[in-house]
Every structure is written in C-alpha cells, then in structure tokens.
Design a protein around this ligand. Structure first.
Ligand SMILES: *[C@@H]1O[C@H](CO)[C@@H](O)[C@H](O)[C@H]1NC(C)=O
Length: 207
C-alpha cells in the first residue's frame, strides 16, 4: 500500500514538473483577457484576487461578495467572464507573471493559477516608416514567440534579448520532448514493477 502511494506521488510529481506556465503573447496596445484557470478547480470561494508576481506579489484587483476593489497604484484592469482579468492597452512593462488566487470558504482549500504575459515592443509611427523603406523583417514572429516562451524558464534575465538561432531552439525543444517521453516510459515501468511485486506478494500470502 505504502509503495503504491509512493509510486503514485512519483508519477504525479513528474506530470507536475512537465507542466509549463501558460503563456499569453500580445501586441503592444491590445486589450487582453487573462483567464483564471483556478476557477476550473473550484466553484466555491470567498474572494478572488489577481496579482502581478515579480519576486513579490503585488495586488491588482480583488472581488469579494461581488464587491470589486482596485489596489492602490495598481495597473488599471477589470474583471471579465469567469474571473478573468481584462487589461486594456497593454504595454511591454505589463509583461511578467500573473496569479489568480481564489480564497476558500471555511474548511476549503485555496486555489491559484499562474500565467505568463509577453507584450511585444511598441512600434511608433517613426518606426513604421522605417520599416516601410527596409524590406527585411529583422524580428521574425516565430523568434519573438519563442523568446517569450523561453522567458518562462529564464525569468530573471527576461530583459535580455536572447539571440537564438531557430535551429538551436527547435533542437533544444526536441531534446526536452525526448526526455519527457523517456521519463514517462520510466515512470510507467516503475508502476508496473511495483504492481507486479504487489501481486506476487499477495500470491505468497495466499500460498
Ligand atoms: C480596447 O477597448 C477600448 C474600449 O474599451 C476600445 O476603444 C479600443 O478600440 C480597444 N482597442 C483594441 C486594440 O481593441
């Protein structure tokens, strides 16, 4: 029984670790909606609070008993459908991690979900005319998205522009995918081994 619990924890641990932070990519100036995934795991809660997380948590907006409070000095935002966060006119400085926190009723369990927002650089009219005269697109959309994804893993050096060739990025993602597959196979193997041992033990008990 104990070993079965242990193997369960082991597998769950691997699944948890392979879960990457949800990522939202946006253009400068867009009105965006950040979903609160925690509401899928809890329907009964006392209050819901959105935070921006960068080392410490900074409150943005909170709702309790249908009363909405805006935190002082927080960025302007509103609640949307299913406790999502509506952020109008996003700027590059809005990039970062966001947390939706559901405070439980008495006896319940708090729930939270996090996601990462990347907002692209703002293009000023001057830049646009420059872009019109230079036909070469220096920032391929794929590279921007991938650096956004990578910043999930390298949060502290997010401001650095990482110049990574597409081949390198693709190959490193393939390696990660391969390692995940190997780990999954290994965990299933461990589970089977433990289960078989359990069955053998039960047979020994009977004989
Ligand atoms: C954002 O929303 C405001 C009103 O809430 C609207 O006037 C504006 O056009 C929207 N901007 C975009 C880019 O959709």
């Amino acid at each position: 029984m104990f070993s079965r619990c242990l193997s369960y924890l082991f597998v769950v641990g691997i699944l948890r670790c392979s879960e990457s932070l949800n990522s939202v990519n946006s253009e400068c100036g867009e009105n965006i909606t950040l979903p609160c995934d925690a509401t899928r795991r809890s329907k009964q809660y006392r209050s819901v609070t959105w935070y921006k997380v960068s080392g410490t948590r900074t409150g943005i907006i909170r709702k309790a008993q249908d009363r909405v409070q805006h935190f002082k000095a927080a960025r302007m935002a509103e609640f949307g459908h299913d406790e999502s966060l509506l952020v109008p006119g996003v700027r590059p400085e809005d990039s970062g991690d966001y947390e939706c926190f559901l405070s439980a009723n008495v006896g319940g369990e708090n729930k939270e979900s996090k996601l990462h927002l990347s907002v692209s650089e703002c293009v000023t009219p001057a830049d646009t005319t420059l872009a019109d005269t230079t036909p070469v697109d220096t920032t391929p959309a794929a590279l921007v998205t991938l650096t956004g994804m990578m910043s999930c893993f390298t949060a502290p050096c997010m401001d650095q522009v990482v110049e990574v060739s597409l081949v390198l990025v693709v190959s490193s993602f393939s390696v990660i995918a391969f390692v995940k597959v190997i780990l999954s196979i290994f965990s299933v193997w461990v589970l089977l081994l433990i289960r078989r041992r359990g069955e053998r033990q039960r047979m020994d008990d009977w004989s």
